[in-house]
Write a new protein. Structure first.
Length: 79
């Protein structure tokens, strides 16, 4: 589920594409961009990505902080 604002969320399970498999990272190599006019969510490269690198972006969640982040062994973030 990608929550854009209070009134608008997109569920990648319904009509989504392969971008739904991009994982969270506190040190991402991509970022999300929302085109408000077309209501399209884009995942864009934030730096050079080599072949074979995992694509990641920061989910910026505001949930109940019950899931431990696993982006690296010493990460203390909770999603």
């Amino acid at each position: 589920m990608f929550r854009v604002n209070r009134a608008w969320s997109r569920d990648a399970h319904v009509g989504g594409n392969n971008a739904r498999f991009i994982n969270h990272s506190c040190r991402p190599n991509c970022y999300s961009y929302v085109d408000a006019k077309t209501r399209t969510i884009w995942i864009r490269a934030g730096k050079r990505i080599e072949a074979g690198d995992e694509l990641t972006y920061d989910y910026n969640t505001e949930g109940d902080k019950s899931i431990s982040c696993r982006c690296r062994p010493d990460c203390k973030t909770r999603l």
